[in-house]
Design a binder for this molecule. Structure first.
Ligand SMILES: Cc1cc2nc3c(=O)[nH]c(=O)nc-3n(C[C@H](O)[C@H](O)[C@H](O)COP(=O)(O)OP(=O)(O)OC[C@H]3O[C@@H](n4cnc5c(N)ncnc54)[C@H](O)[C@@H]3O)c2cc1C
Length: 512
């Protein structure tokens, strides 16, 4: 069922069993898990079915620290959320990503990889990723032309990436949502406040506003916040009528530990002869899988480094690609993505296809950033047009990221050299081991994580292992704001897996 909240009489009170706030991959996948059940699911989406600049402007905010994309264009504020722009790159976390690593401050999830595996498998269906199979050897068996670069994987191994079409949640799942009898989607229903009871142990209702000047109230037994990392933190911090520091923020953790994947060109690989490196190649809309080089658990432990991977681009093409941090330069997400994709396309078109099957490749890093309490989302004094304080992002990196990238390429270089596969040259900015600065082309992957981190201890986390806000029994959070560490893979597969796990937990408590 669908209702445009602008058309409801002012001050309508909407009631349901579960109220999901935000209709991106996280919110939509949770809602669909409840289709055809006796429960009334209220799905609140701030935008409509299409881009609307007035709504999008609610995302605008300042950034400080490490240069970042404009906040207004780094996420999409309408039905389907940022899946309207995502590229579909997916991989799962490694077991080590969940572990407490003594060299990675604030690492250690309260759940293990096995806890997420069944939900990863289920998430594959939502993301149209085919079988949940991340074993490179299985793909090599099916297609012998997929050849690994290195003869053994004790130090450097081949981590599989799978590619979603990419699933646009707002298009693919709109019929299922609007035709459902028990899912009630409200568009133009921007949540501006979450109201708790007097002792802040439960949520009573949320307030919804829109640009038609209407204000409505939504009451439910459970509330699930799925507005993505920056907005989840913003809403909790701004909902400060009953708890002066914001909801779930008694210990000043909400908004902290914001993480991105550092995405940065890092080294060059020279092979003795031309090799299309099919196992590592990617063609948009064609490839269903590829591998990236990753560092083994043992080597990460030995060298005390973060988890990261290296992908390959023909060097002639890579040399003319404009770094994303420079091409994604507009506040308007439509212009930003056109500029980014335009520069990528121009780079590939500028080099003849024949020169792209080459013996020279650029190695490009995707690496987790260490959880850092100073990397954070806070509230500005300036408010958006619906009266909510705007988000401010301070993105801050640490020397561990720089040291880890350098070590990753030293290890890859050693393995490549030792095996006779070729040679690797680190880029200039990685040459000096004492230099912790970052070059101007340092970027992120538009992957927003952290800010409501998961943990057993309310003093150092915001949600418990079931994604319920500590101390607020009916407020739950879906998506990447729950991440304790970021791992190397792009986040959406884990976003959906973690959201499905939350949905399962809700089923147990709602049906009990
Ligand atoms: C250019 C680009 C490329 C990307 N490529 C990849 C990739 O290849 N692989 C990958 O894994 N990830 C990728 N991502 C990241 C991916 O888009 C996100 O991980 C994913 O969309 C997160 O899903 P979500 O549901 O948590 O948040 P979102 O998709 O951001 O959805 C949040 C929803 O909440 C709604 N909302 C927000 N505030 C409110 C409010 N106050 N009231 C009501 N509703 C609200 C929004 O309108 C939106 O619909 C990319 C992102 C970008 C920008």
């Amino acid at each position: 069922m669908h209702t445009d909240a602008r058309k409801l009489p002012n001050n309508t009170v909407i009631e349901g069993d579960i109220c999901i706030i935000g209709a991106g991959p996280s919110g939509i996948s949770i809602a669909l898990e409840w289709a055809n059940t006796p429960y009334k699911i209220v799905l609140l989406e701030g935008g409509g079915f299409d881009y609307d600049d007035q709504i999008q402007d609610l995302y605008a905010g300042k950034t400080t620290g490490q240069k970042y994309y404009p906040l207004k264009s780094a996420r999409l504020h309408y039905f389907g959320g940022t899946s309207n722009h995502w590229a579909g790159f997916c991989s799962n976390f490694d077991p080590i990503d969940f572990e407490k690593r003594d060299w990675v401050p604030h690492s250690g999830w309260p759940i293990k990889k096995e806890d997420l595996d069944p939900f990863y498998a289920k998430a594959h269906k939502y993301l149209e990723l085919g079988p949940y199979d991340y074993n490179a050897a299985n793909y090599e068996k099916l297609d012998p032309s997929l050849k690994p670069l290195l003869p053994d994987d004790t130090v450097v191994w081949n981590k599989v990436w799978k590619f979603s079409p990419p699933t646009r949640f707002g298009i693919k799942y709109r019929p299922d949502i609007v035709n459902s009898k028990n899912i009630h989607l409200y568009t133009y229903a921007n949540v501006v406040d979450i109201t708790a009871n007097e002792n802040v142990s439960a949520i009573n209702e949320v307030t919804v506003k829109n640009f038609a000047g209407k204000t409505h109230t939504v009451k439910a037994k459970h509330f699930v916040l799925c507005c993505c990392t920056v907005q989840n933190a913003r809403l909790l911090l701004a909902s400060n009528k009953q708890a002066k520091n914001g909801l779930g923020n008694d210990h000043d953790n909400v908004g902290r530990y914001f993480m991105e994947h550092l995405e940065i060109k890092s080294a060059e690989l020279y092979l003795p002869k031309v090799d299309p490196m099919k196992l590592y190649g990617f063609s948009f809309g064609v490839s269903q899988m590829r591998c990236e080089l990753a560092i083994s658990k043992k080597a990460q432990e030995e060298h005390k480094i973060l988890n990261g991977t290296a992908s390959f681009t023909p060097l002639a093409v890579a040399k003319v690609i404009k770094p994303a941090i420079q091409s994604w330069n507009s506040d308007d997400p439509r212009k930003a993505i056109d500029s980014f994709l335009g520069s990528l396309g121009a780079a590939f078109n500028s080099v003849p296809q024949s020169a792209q099957g080459t013996n020279a490749y650029e190695l490009f890093t995707r690496i987790e950033q260490a959880p850092n309490p100073n990397s954070r989302v806070t509230l500005d004094t300036e408010k958006d047009a619906l009266g909510v304080p705007r988000a401010m992002l301070h993105w801050e990196l640490t020397p561990l990221e720089k040291r880890s990238i350098r070590k990753i390429y030293e290890l890859i270089g050693q393995q490549v050299g030792k095996s006779g596969a070729g040679r690797v040259r680190l880029m200039e900015y990685l040459q000096d081991p004492n230099d912790n600065s970052w070059p101007s082309f340092t970027g992120g992957g538009w992957h927003h994580m952290g800010t409501t981190r998961m943990g057993e201890d309310p003093k150092s986390s915001v949600v418990d292992p079931n994604c319920t806000v500590h101390g607020i029994s009916n407020l739950h959070i879906g998506g990447a704001s729950n991440y304790v560490t970021a791992a190397a893979p792009n986040p959406t597969l884990t976003v959906v897996a973690i959201s499905l796990r939350l949905s399962d937990h809700l089923k147990q408590i709602v049906k009990a």
